[in-house]
Design a protein around this ligand. Structure first.
Ligand code: ZN
Length: 452
């Protein structure tokens, strides 16, 4: 599939004309989609640490770009409150949330190595000032977005500060402390019978998959790099769900260097039959930006337009959608991507030249373009044959799926699945085994993880 090039490159203009070129123009005149933007600027003020690759100020850059293109004219804007403690406890354990609430960088020095290990504190997930407020802020924004979808005030609700898909019930993982996605999906399940979760981050969406591994009400779909070792170590095509959730987890394992064309083709060929068969009444899309080429921790070759093409494709099904961020470790490209995807979700085209009155304009040199060339750095290790075999396996899995399961609506949680005690015990045992294996693998990989 040919990815369209810049919208404005078919003509050239002189300086006087340039100042009159609109920043954006609508793609259609009949667009009635209500889009909302959920962002509390407090969230970008936190620091994981000078050497840590996760930089919350990438959210400030994103917001600057969105403002400079005047995209706020198109959306309902909300400054959401922090999530409350009881909201966090809808998924996370009380012990863990109490720990997050009371821990400080000073106190952490006095903890035993057992406690540090219990809460998985280390280089990936350090304790920094305001860690609880940071987590409650990005989660509050996702929950606010989910509420606007539930009330029907929004058709598409965006929270670029959310999408922290690795966080587990009892511990942080992979730079993620609270799993705002799981909490939002639990909220959506109160009124939506089937929710689909789509994850195009470079890494496997393990925290979300694990939370809904045994239910047919949430289908999780993750496209990611996988070789059995790359963080978080999970996400093989054979992980398909268990119990009632069997075949409701889909994993698309990819190798280094995948390019725009193969990614888009594979994405569409899998997502179309999945959506048609599962018929979700709501979709949560995680748009992790570390799948772009030239990401500091990345190894794919995707350009911004290709990543956005996946979002555009999902939007075309006209199903209410929560859109969140995720990974992304080259801040100037993260913000370009999420600004571009904001335009896609609003069905407008942007002038590819970044407005020069942007306060952070210098960050976007030397090209000052919304679409720098990001492909070609890494060899593409995904042969046609390999991608074909992954696609065949997943299309087969989709054939095994029952048609959209009809469910009774009940309170979520505590009983998500309606399993018998015996089934429940079996699943817990299987989960224990998985967790043990995962921990072993993590121990092996811990050294030097940040530098991969
Ligand atoms: Zn990631």
């Amino acid at each position: 599939m040919e990815v369209p090039k810049s919208e404005t490159e078919t003509f050239t203009v002189d300086k006087t004309t340039e100042s009159h070129i609109p920043l954006y123009y609508p793609n259609s005149t009949t667009n009635k989609t209500n889009v909302s933007y959920h962002y509390n600027p407090e969230v970008n003020k936190f620091h994981y640490g000078a050497l840590h690759p996760m930089k919350p100020f990438r959210l400030l850059l994103t917001d600057h770009l969105i403002i400079s293109y005047k995209l706020y004219e198109k959306m309902d804007l909300y400054t959401p409150r922090q999530a409350s403690k009881s909201e966090l406890l809808e998924f996370h354990s009380e012990d863990y949330i109490n720990f997050l609430q009371t821990i400080t960088p000073d106190k952490v020095k006095t903890l035993t190595s057992d406690t540090l290990a219990q809460f998985n504190i280390g280089d990936d997930c350090p304790i920094f000032d305001g860690i609880y407020d940071y987590s409650a802020l990005y989660t509050g924004a996702s929950l606010d977005a989910s509420r606007k979808l539930i009330s029907g005030m929004s058709d598409i609700a965006i929270n670029w500060s959310g999408g922290l898909h690795h966080a587990k019930k009892f511990e942080p993982s992979g730079f993620c402390y609270v799993n705002d996605i799981v909490l939002s999906i639990l909220n959506l399940l109160r009124v939506h019978s089937r929710v689909m979760y789509i994850d195009i981050d470079l890494h496997h969406g393990d925290g979300v998959q694990e939370a809904f591994y045994n239910t047919d009400r949430v289908m999780t779909v993750s496209f990611h790099k996988y070789n059995g070792e790359f963080f978080p170590g999970t996400g093989s095509v054979d992980e398909v769900g268990i119990g009632r959730g069997e075949n409701y987890a889909i994993n698309v394992p990819l190798r280094d260097g995948i390019d725009d064309e193969s990614y888009i083709r594979l994405f569409k060929s899998i997502m179309e039959p999945l959506i048609v068969k599962f018929q979700p009444s709501c979709i949560v899309q995680q748009c992790g930006a570390d799948s772009l080429g030239y990401d500091r921790l990345g190894c794919f070759n995707l350009n911004i337009r290709a990543h956005g093409e996946c979002v555009k494709f999902i939007k075309s099904f006209n199903i209410p959608m929560l859109v969140v961020g995720g990974g992304g470790y080259t801040p100037r490209n993260v913000s370009r991507l999420w600004c571009y995807e904001t335009s896609v979700l609003n069905d407008v085209s942007l002038n590819h030249k970044i407005p020069n009155y942007l306060p952070s304009y210098d960050w976007f040199g030397p090209d000052y373009s919304l679409h720098p060339q990001l492909d070609g750095r890494i060899d593409n290790k995904n042969s046609k044959k390999y991608l074909q075999s992954v696609q065949t396996k997943i299309l087969e899995q989709i054939r095994y799926l029952n048609h959209a399961p009809s469910v009774q609506m009940y309170e979520i949680p505590p009983d998500l699945t309606g399993l018998t005690e015996e089934e429940d015990k079996l699943i817990n045992e299987l989960n224990e085994d998985l967790r043990r294996e995962e921990n072993l693998m993590k121990d092996d990989l811990k050294t030097g993880e940040l530098m991969t």
